[in-house]
Design a protein around this ligand. Sequence first.
Ligand code: GLU
Length: 507
Amino acid sequence: MTSKVRVRFAPSPTGPLHIGGLRTALYNYLFAKKNGGDFILRIEDTDQKRFVEGAEEYIIEALNWSGIPFDEGPGKDKGFGPYHQSARKEIYKTYVNQLLDSGQAYYAFDTAEELAEIRNEFEKEGKTFSYNWETREKLNNSLHLSEEEVKQRLEKGEKYVIRFMPPRNEELILEDIVRGKIKVNTDVIDDKVLYKSDGLPTYHMANIIDDHLMEITHVIRGEEWLPSLGLHVLLYKALNWKTPQFAHLPLILKPTGKGKLSKRDGDKLGFPVFPLEWKDPKTGEIASGYRESGYFPEAVINMLVLLGWNPGKGSEQEIFNLEELIEQFSLEKVSKAGARFDFDKTKWFQHHYMQQTSDAFLTKEFMKILAEKEINTSADYVEKVVKSIKERANFLSDFWDLSSFYFQAPQEFDKKSAKKAWKTDTAEIMKEVKTVIAEIEDFKQNNLEEKVKTWIKSQEIGFGKVMSPLRLCLVGKMMGPDIFEIMEMIGKEDTLNRIDFAIQTLA
Ligand code: GLU
């Protein structure tokens, strides 16, 4: 049987999805699509204490917005569901029982107090307590109770956990696509809790059972799960299952390169660490998102994919659309080293994708913003404005500030600029240039430029003495595109009025 590639993204719904999590989803998606496989979403919600309202919806919306929707998962059952672990309780029990029957797992009745006490005693002697091959014989578990006694305790409803018993002193060789071979001795793996008397498995147990039953071929996940890999491999062996292949992705680091990128870094340095805005359902606190900050998903995806992957030696390519990524992506080119987050680079990608966005789309979006300001102009005119300012824009929200003078005459003049550009003789010069402009019939950028500049030369005055105040008249401050372009766009009447208004106001 040739197995189809099946990968899964398996978040716990404990809050919004960090961009690190989104990158994990992205790599899974790319790997699946590259190999003609399926990308599955599984919700790992066995830890009910950490469940957060709205988190699952957020995760799904984030994947959709990013353009990497799942093929299979909640609401898209392809025969491997349910896809919520909380709905799979009965399934887990079967396999936990199998481990109990084969003697690879056992009941432990130690209370939290008992364990705390032992931990304390160990600490007093400068040691760390571990529930493992060295200690399990002396603890309160079924390994030294008769079957009858265990049965009685369970019937009485005594609280228990089921722990895994790793084999003694075996050399495990773990294979990771990103990290190569990793050697682990089974003695360093402790007796992890697999199941609790509340009828729910722990992460480790549920995770490997689901990966097996959902026929996952490749487990691609964050580096923080690497320490669990030995345990997971042992669990597969204990159940006589074939292990999937593993790839553990490097961390995304703070801009300084030291430590993992956190929400606090984003707050401090002023950038989002979440794809979408998130409102905490308990505190009402809002965490900013890339979408609401005006980023295009293409820019976010392009930025994220390069945090830990590159197309390989000899390629300078930095701009990738999704199709190119699907074609070029490979786990072999994922790096082991953590990837430093660079917010300026993110803005650079955004600027790039802004330039790629069609004028027609931007016009439509900008017209919505203009309508809110009760500015009604033709789409043709707005499209011309878009063409004129797009190069300077990163976000749609920049458009108004970059172009308001195309729609409204300045009502006031920037003080600093006025002080610099408007001298005692400026009003006179502006009056003269106004008559020159008033006589120009063909009111086009090139013609305007030629006529005005010829006049300036004939007067033997510096260009600056005319051009700067003229810009002030038209825009109100020292910004914007070529002033002759502005004149052509707003037309003769408006141009002359603006010059008049400035002469009166700045007198
Ligand atoms: N539920 C785990 C998480 O939230 C999944 C880890 C894995 O992919 O195995 O990260």
